[in-house]
Each structure stands twice: as C-alpha cells, then as structure tokens.
Write a protein that binds this ligand. Structure first.
Ligand SMILES: Nc1ncnc2c1ncn2[C@@H]1O[C@H](COP(=O)(O)OP(=O)(O)OP(=O)(O)O)[C@@H](O)[C@H]1O
Ligand SMILES: [Mg+2]
Length: 311
C-alpha cells in the first residue's frame, strides 16, 4: 500500500535521511523508531509530500507519488508531530476546516466529525476553543484531524507525546480498529513500549539510516543474550543441577548466585519448560520464576552503543 524506496534528504552537511526503504501492507502497523534527530519526521514529511526528497521515491498503491498535488495524496492521512490546529477555533470548527480541505461533502463531514470526536474523546468539549485544551487533548484532536477523510494510509508522527496513559490506550484501541479495517499505518515513536505493543514490524533508524528491520522477535534475535530466565530456588543449587542445565539444548549460559539461577536461553518460550522440568527431575524446589525478553531499548543499545533517549 505504501512503499518508500531509497529516500534521502540532506540539510547542508547533515544527511537527515540517508537511504531509507520500507513497505507497509494494508492491515499492518509498521513502527518507525529512533532517537531524537534520527530522521523520522524528515522521512514522514517526504512520504506525505511536504518535503521533496533529494533522491528516492514514494509509492502509494504501487504508483509513484508525484509531488504535493498528486491526487493519490488523498489516500494519505498525516498526523504531524508539531500540532497543526487553530487555537482560536473550537474542535468542531477545526475539524470542519480540515474536512473541507480534504473535500468532504456535508453528509460525509457530519459522520467523519462524529467519529473524530469519539476517537479523540472530545465530544463534550467540541464547542470549546482549542486554546482552552490541555496538551493531551490537543494531541488527540490533532490525531483525529488527520483521520477525517478516512485515508488508506496513516502517517503518525509521535501521536501520543504528552497524552495520559488512559487516553493513550484509547488512541491505541482506535488505531487497532483502523488496522483491522485494513489501513496501512506508519507509526513513528521513540517510546519502546508503544512500538512493542502496537507494531507488527519495526524499523529502527539512527542518523538517517535503517539499522534494524524486522518483527520484534527478529530484532530480539539480534541480541545474543536477549532472553533471560531467572529462577529462585528454596535452597542453594547443587553443582550437578548446573551441569545438567548447561547440557540442555538451547541453554546458552547458566549463572548462579546464592539461591538464584540466571539462564540465558536461545528461545525463552521454548526453553523455559525444559529448564523447569530438569530442575524438578533433580529434586530442586523452585520458589519463583521470572523472565526478561530483551526490549527495544536493549536492542537499540546493543546496536548503537547508545541509549534511545539520551543520544
Ligand atoms: N528544516 C531543517 N533544517 C535543517 N536541519 C534539519 C531540518 N529539519 C530537520 N533537520 C535535521 O535533520 C535531522 C533529522 O531530523 P528529524 O526531525 O527528521 O528527526 P526525528 O527523528 O524526527 O527526531 P525527533 O525524535 O526529535 O522528532 C536532525 O539532525 C535535524 O537537526
Ligand atoms: Mg520527529
């Protein structure tokens, strides 16, 4: 539905985007992830036609997008990182304005506005001026404004910054519903938890380049010590248990300290059962088991040597 091929953009000596390619299918959410300045907004701006790429192209439904006036742009819905709202207008007036820019007729408009107000949870504030809204309310309206014309492709640039957890969940539910209706969604964020929850596939960009691309499970496999299982025992472990555990297939390492074993497994889901039955067979009593999958934070750190938030 949406394809980016070799997009590149420089600002003077800064290569803001340096050869970014990906595709988003209908009914899928692709996460575009990276630290501040990675080139996410520049990428989204090139896709939406706001910014002309130095090289590369954008295809919508298999056809190259020709600049800002291409009618295929109507298939795209952009939710920009910078709020694009009129402070002096009410939510309803803002939505009507953006809807008319998109060429919505009166009947479609009424329905689209009701849906937008429901998604943003602002139905009861619809006649209040936007300048009286909280930051999170503005964010929610900004999102709703981008969805008014029922676009096939949604470009969301950090849509939940400053939104409280409850509204964020409401936004996620709305996005999941849109995905299930077959929309292709590009979701830009630097919140790992969001990407992990929402995205079918993830692209990590850093300094304008794609440094990893795949499902969360694919990315986790990039980390050699990604899957840790911590087993607390009721008594100190016997050296024989450790030998038996180390001999199990899929166990990369076992460390002990006091009553605790920390194992690194190739596959957390598949390996844990074998570990526990091995311990049981040797008469060990397990007090608790906890597991840690490598999060995207870890993955980014291991790929770049920097943390996502501080770089
Ligand atoms: N209009 C501009 N003029 C000059 N440099 C720019 C411009 N817009 C972006 N840049 C530079 O391009 C790089 C990428 O910026 P971009 O806004 O795409 O990053 P981002 O990944 O969206 O970051 P953030 O998470 O902070 O939103 C940065 O180094 C930024 O300083
Ligand atoms: Mg940005």
């Amino acid at each position: 539905m949406l394809e980016a091929r070799g997009l590149a953009k420089s600002y003077g000596a800064i290569r803001a985007v340096d050869g970014v390619s990906f595709a988003v299918e209908p009914g899928r959410i692709l996460g575009l992830l990276g630290p501040n300045g990675a080139g996410k907004t520049t990428t989204v701006s090139m896709i939406s036609g706001l910014l002309k790429p130095d090289s590369g192209e954008v295809l919508v439904a298999g056809r190259p997008l020709r600049g800002d006036t291409d009618p295929a742009k109507g298939k795209l819905g952009l939710v920009p990182q910078e709020l694009a709202l009129y402070d002096e207008l009410s939510a309803a007036e803002n939505l009507r304005f953006f809807g008319s820019l998109q060429g919505l007729g009166a009947r479609t408009m009424a329905r689209a506005m009701d849906e937008a107000l429901a998604i943003s949870g602002l139905a009861d504030r619809r006649h209040d001026r936007v300048k009286t809204y909280s930051g999170g309310m503005k964010r929610r309206l900004n999102l709703a404004a981008g969805l008014l014309h029922d676009p096939q492709v949604l470009l969301l640039d950090e849509p939940t910054v400053g939104v409280d957890p409850q509204s964020r969940n409401a936004i996620f539910d709305a996005l999941e519903a849109l995905r299930d209706k077959g929309k292709a969604i590009l979701y830009t964020t630097h919140y790992m938890e969001e990407a992990e929850r929402l995205c079918d596939r993830l692209i990590i960009v850093d300094r304008g380049k794609v440094i990893a691309d795949g499902t969360l499970a694919d990315l986790q496999r990039l980390l050699p010590a990604g899957n840790r299982l911590v087993v607390e025992l009721t008594s100190p472990p016997d050296p024989k248990w450790l030998m038996a555990l180390r001999a199990l297939p899929g166990v990369a390492s076992v460390e002990e300290s006091d009553h605790r074993l920390t194992l690194v497994l190739d596959d957390l889901a598949g390996g844990s059962a074998a570990v526990l039955s091995c311990l049981k067979a040797h008469g060990a009593t397990v007090a608790s088991v906890t597991s840690e999958r490598a999060g995207l934070e870890h993955i980014f750190l291991s790929l770049t040597g920097r943390t996502l938030r501080d770089s």
